[in-house]
Design a protein around this ligand. Structure first.
Ligand SMILES: Nc1ncnc2c1ncn2[C@@H]1O[C@H](COP(=O)(O)OP(=O)(O)OP(=O)(O)O)[C@@H](O)[C@H]1O
Length: 255
């Protein structure tokens, strides 16, 4: 079973007392960020998502498009239940694998090998499942003897390799992906991208945020365009890419 249902979801972040005398002419103004305003309590808030309603089921591979700060990552985090929305309802059915922040659920003082179990359990895998998969994960990470050393001794690329290897070996119904997760050296990056593609194709429901039309075209069949936290367009991927490209004044065949 794979289902995501969002009803009127609004996400506001309180921000420090904020005062800006900046004035921008409408000519200069480019879309950026969520909506800055005064919230119900009178404190300043950034409204990152504004009454978002969305219903997704098995077979849907949704691309999230939008300018910097449009709300893509916030939406993924709400779907992963890492953020509880300020208003609205989120219903998720099925096992969720969030590939949003690869560092979540890792213990820097434990060895790389132990972290396979720590992060694997955090992602919802059972001990028995992890025992079966530990060798494949170790092999995919290519960390060899380094797996017996504490993670704090790893370079950031080595940490990313291990986190990536663990996350992509989870059996899942729903995969939530932020494009920024694939990292490492050039050779590992190629291998990581191939793994990501096969992982995305196997998962029943995929939501992917990316600024690369090529990646979105490879993996997705539907799209949402967000603008200042609101859904501006939803539907066929090519049509939404066209709408976004037209509003940003760029060629849809690029990127
Ligand atoms: N923890 C936070 N505290 C305050 N504001 C936040 C927080 N997280 C996100 N925001 C704000 O919410 C808005 C949406 O941010 P989000 O990261 O979801 O955008 P995005 O579409 O993923 O952007 P990008 O393409 O640049 O990664 C932005 O205005 C951002 O400043």
């Amino acid at each position: 079973m794979a289902l995501i249902n969002l009803e009127n979801v609004t996400m506001e972040f309180p921000v420090q007392a904020w005062k800006s005398d900046r004035r921008r002419s409408s000519k200069e103004e480019k879309p950026i960020g969520g909506q800055l305003s005064s919230g119900q309590s009178g404190h300043m808030v950034v409204r990152a998502l504004d009454r978002v309603s969305l219903s997704l089921g098995a077979g849907d591979r949704l691309a999230l498009l939008g300018h910097n700060g449009a709300g893509k990552t916030t939406l993924l985090r709400v779907m992963a239940k890492l953020f509880i929305p300020t208003h609205g309802r989120v219903t998720i059915q099925g096992r969720v694998a969030p590939l949003l922040n690869l560092g979540f659920g890792m213990d820097m003082d434990s060895t790389g090998y132990d972290n396979i179990f720590i992060r694997g359990l955090f992602l919802g895998m059972s001990k028995a499942e992890l025992k079966k998969k530990a060798d494949a994960i170790s092999e995919f990470s290519e960390l060899g003897e380094f797996l017996d050393l504490p993670m704090r001794t790893y370079s950031s690329g080595m940490r990313a390799r291990l986190a990536f290897a663990i996350s992509t070996h989870v059996e899942t119904d729903i995969l939530l992906l932020d494009e920024a997760v694939a990292t490492g050296d050039a050779r590992f990056l190629r291998k990581a991208n191939e793994k990501l593609e096969s992982f995305a194709r196997e998962s029943k429901l995929l939501v992917l945020a990316s600024h690369s039309n090529q990646i979105l075209r490879d993996l997705c069949n539907k799209a949402v365009l967000l603008e200042h936290g609101r859904i501006k367009a939803f539907g066929d991927l090519e049509e939404v890419i066209e709408t976004y490209s037209a509003s940003a004044g760029v060629d849809p065949s690029h990127g």
